[in-house]
Design a protein around this ligand. Sequence first.
Ligand SMILES: [Zn+2]
Length: 68
Amino acid sequence: MTRPTLFENNRWLGDKRTQRVHDLDHTSEACAIDDLLASEQFATFGPDLLAEARNRGYRPHGCVAADA
Ligand SMILES: [Zn+2]
């Protein structure tokens, strides 16, 4: 899956419904990014870092590498 052009400047995308964060460089069908975008319940982070997502209470989705 290609990275949504809407987020070409973002790597990490949070789902407010599940409090999970996705790695847009490694998404799979399990991420259901299209569904997330349609729901408009997504979050971006500033700075665009996994650590920032964690600070905001988001847990890594399965697409996030263990060493990310
Ligand atoms: Zn994911």
